[in-house]
Design a protein around this ligand. Structure first.
Ligand SMILES: NC(=O)c1ccc[n+]([C@@H]2O[C@H](COP(=O)([O-])OP(=O)(O)OC[C@H]3O[C@@H](n4cnc5c(N)ncnc54)[C@H](O)[C@@H]3O)[C@@H](O)[C@H]2O)c1
Length: 462
């Protein structure tokens, strides 16, 4: 272990995932005076963070990691030693939706968080600031504080909430220049002292007026609410996409005109096959569960409808494919372009492509998947049916002999493919289902494709 003596502060992060790795790399790069260590129980992940083949794909991340790694940024599996050594501990472990017992399918599974808290308590010999970086149900900090400060060693742990608002795909830019950083702290002398230390850490590169402080519960709840509002915008515009398809309105034109209203704003109004990612659905369901547990059934069903609309949009996409392809896709080759839940990431958690592929397999289609970054994760997601799908990294090969292409991820490279060459290699009639509305539909139609998009009239040659 590298000596801490020469560093002004000693920061640890437990959990080296999509959040822990990039956020700590950024703190280390911007604050060379601090020692930053990231630990994980997953040794393969730590080994990857110590190599040039990082465990996650994120534009610009390798440069940030390389700037600090070995200088003041360290990745390790020695969790206990790192805990003993640290003054500030970020906890960024996963908090997935519970799959068992009470609240299964909605509540957050806090077992990883709690195990971490118990280990911190067991190993520590000095007081520490514990920072919730994971997204957690409101009032989790109280439970954690109770576990950490329960009878025993008389060491005080101050639990703060510092939710992470980065978006995968733009994580580096989001962290360099965040809209805001939020630090929730108890309104006690030790809480305020810990809060001021955290403000000082972020003030190394973030203007003070963007560092917000609040009470712990507001910080915890704000993260769930931010994701609920973002997902709600997508479900709202997707609900309108269905109406557009029935009325010959065009959802892109509607989104453009409402988005120019400064009260509404233009972002998150792109209609699509549906949202994915590890957070939106999980965090809304968590909010729903919390509301239900307080007996607030109207509040719960209001937010749950955002997820229900998203499920409908995914199902509808495949139903439209089947209807357009003469009511059967059995034994038809279908090329799925993109498996990541969005562009510029290899993350496939809750990706709409998973639901699309599974439905197509249920209909006995022959599915071939292509994606520039996500095929390894796709193999894990579809482990139970790998014998029924083909995966190739070259989209031209994927499309060869296919009856249809389904665009599931908005990768930039799919906009600039040679679609004439692709059309010539496909079975006819050749269909494109643009689940992200990213292609030039007029041009594709002129080439000879039958083009089906979201919330726009279909362009058919038959
Ligand atoms: N992914 C995002 O875009 C995003 C954005 C904001 C917030 N969040 C939240 O951040 C948290 C982490 O998300 P993520 O996407 O980084 O998850 P992740 O699954 O990529 O990473 C979590 C890591 O924690 C490790 N871990 C679990 N238990 C551990 C333990 N006891 N000791 C050491 N390591 C342990 C796992 O091995 C894993 O590598 C979640 O609560 C999530 O909701 C995620």
């Amino acid at each position: 272990m590298v000596s801490t003596a020469k560093f002004a502060r000693n920061i640890l992060c437990i959990g080296a995932g999509y959040v822990g790795g990039p956020t700590m790399a950024m703190i280390a790069a911007r604050c060379p005076q601090y020692k930053v260590t990231v630990v994980d129980i997953n040794a393969a992940r730590i080994a990857a963070w110590n190599s040039d083949a990082l465990p996650i794909y994120e534009p610009g991340l390798l440069g940030v990691v390389k700037e600090a790694r070995g200088r003041n940024l360290f990745f390790s599996t020695d969790i206990e030693a790192a805990i003993k050594d640290a003054e500030i501990i970020f906890v960024s472990v996963n908090t997935p939706t519970k799959t068992f017992g009470a609240g299964a399918g909605k509540a957050a599974d806090l077992q990883y968080w709690e195990k971490t808290a118990r280990m911190i308590k067991r190993v520590s010999t000095e007081p520490k600031i514990i920072v919730e970086k994971s997204t957690l149900p409101v009032r989790t900090a109280a439970a954690m504080s109770r576990i950490l400060n329960a009878n025993g060693n008389n060491i005080h742990f101050e639990v703060l909430s510092n939710p992470e608002f980065l978006a995968e795909g733009t994580a580096v830019e989001d962290m360099k220049n965040p809209d805001r950083v939020l630090i929730g702290a108890p309104d006690t002398p030790s809480g305020i002292k810990a809060r001021d230390i955290m403000v000082e850490v972020y003030a190394n590169w973030i203007p003070r007026d963007r560092i917000l402080t609040s009470n712990v519960w507001s910080a915890e709840l704000s993260k769930l609410v931010a994701n609920a509002f973002l997902a709600q915008r997508i479900s709202s515009i997707n609900s309108i996409s269905v109406l557009c398809e029935k009325t010959e309105a065009d959802v892109a034109e509607v989104a453009r005109s409402i988005g120019m209203d400064s009260r509404i704003g233009s972002r998150f109004l792109a209609s699509s096959v549906g949202f994915g990612g590890s957070c939106f659905q999980k965090d809304i369901l968590n909010l729903v569960y919390i509301a239900e547990s307080y007996g607030l059934h109207e509040v719960a069903s209001y937010w749950e409808s955002v997820v229900l609309m998203n499920n409908y949009q995914k199902r509808r996409f495949v139903a439209n494919m089947i209807a357009a392809m003469f009511n059967t896709v059995a034994d038809k080759r279908i090329a799925v372009f993109g498996f990541a839940f969005k562009a510029d990431t290899g993350d496939t958690r809750e990706s709409p492509a998973i639901a699309v592929v599974r439905q197509l397999l249920d209909e006995r289609a022959r599915v071939v998947i292509t994606d520039p970054e996500a095929l390894d994760n796709a193999k894990t997601d579809l482990a139970d049916c790998l014998d029924q799908v083909e995966m190739v990294s070259d989209p031209y090969m994927a499309a060869q002999g296919a009856h249809a292409i389904a665009i599931c991820t908005e990768w930039q490279q799919y906009k600039v493919l040679d679609y004439k060459k692709i059309f010539d290699s496909m079975e006819k009639p050749a269909c494109i289902f643009d689940g992200r509305n990213i292609l030039d539909h007029e041009k594709l139609f002129a080439i000879g494709f039958n083009v089906f998009s979201i919330g726009k009239p279909a362009r058919k040659h038959y």
